[in-house]
Design a protein around this ligand. Sequence first.
Ligand code: LRH
Ligand code: MN
Ligand code: MN
Length: 388
Amino acid sequence: MADLAAVKRALAAQRIETPSWAFGNSGTRFKVFAQAGVPRTPEEKIADAATVHKYTGIAPTVALHIPWDKVDDYAALGEYAASVGVGIGAINTNVFQDDDYKLGSVTNPDPGIRRKATDHLLEAVDIMDATGSQDLKLWFSDGINYPGQDDLRNRQDRLAAALRETYDRLGDNQRILLEYKLFEPAFYATDIPDWGTSYAHCIELGEKATVCIDTGHHAPGTNIEFIVAFLLRQKKLGAFDFNSRFYADDDLMAGAADPFQLFRIMYEIVRGGALDPAYGINFMLDQCHNIEAKIPAIIRSVMNIQEATAKALLVDREALTKAQNDGDVLEANAVIMDAYNTDVRPLLGEVRADAGLDPNPIKAYRESGYQEQIVKDRVGGEQAGWGA
Ligand code: LRH
Ligand code: MN
Ligand code: MN
């Protein structure tokens, strides 16, 4: 049996980072459905993130995306965040929304465009210095649409050079989180399409470079928990971008499409001793709430991850090990399924009550009047960044 007091302590200590862009309007390439009350400024996105933290108690940092969250004074933005009770988390770079990047950013055949893209990555490290952020999150949309369009191998060399320059600019407590994605916007070959490519570049760079797993960036059917287990064993897993998907990179609420997969991922995290914030994994959300209200959707996502984690913590590890060593396939599977099928909502309600929170964060948010207030106060909200 799992030790319930230890499970509760682990749940109370869990941390999840919210993405500033999830609070703004977003949509598909077909339509952005604007919502009333969405943030107009980075400060308002941070205020919404602080609200998510207020009701969940486990989301004390918010990731920024530059230039979507561009301000003149980043130190002042960091101070503002602290004043509303949150910290600035990962700084996400954006080298995908400029006409110059049509043929790629850091892998572009034009050295001038590569310089511009790399300078943006270096600027992001300056922002980390100003905000005290430790994580530089890099995702490159770079890739090609047609066979022969560019040289696959030369693009890897250009990528490695930009990564090296950026890595060498990092301070002692700063690190690179290198994200991969199978396809989109490139449709034939992406320059960092999978965890193996990201991992190889991270190895080449050094210990301050680790892989970021975005759960929506794989081919259907990919066993993500295997990737988690493998990277933990190599000490090269640095972060998650959690979201869920039915088809491609849908960016739906984490745990909505496949809560069982989320549980299996969190089980590998627990089994690897990597849940404790001291281990250093940044558990971020990366989602878009195109048709549902944003703040409660983000609260729901945090709760879904908590539920998957609670179930993972409840796995009877001793019984599992015994069944595995006995070669008892059915019993081993039953131990995992018993944990997954446990209703952990009352347990999480207790954890929240112990922390002085309402056991039902969504209800508490709805009753708080915050939503009505932002609808009244904020007129003319901005698009989160897609196409903005
Ligand atoms: C790319 C991605 C990456 C970006 C974010 C907005 O699909 O997952 O993390 O920074 O979306
Ligand atoms: Mn992502
Ligand atoms: Mn994505």
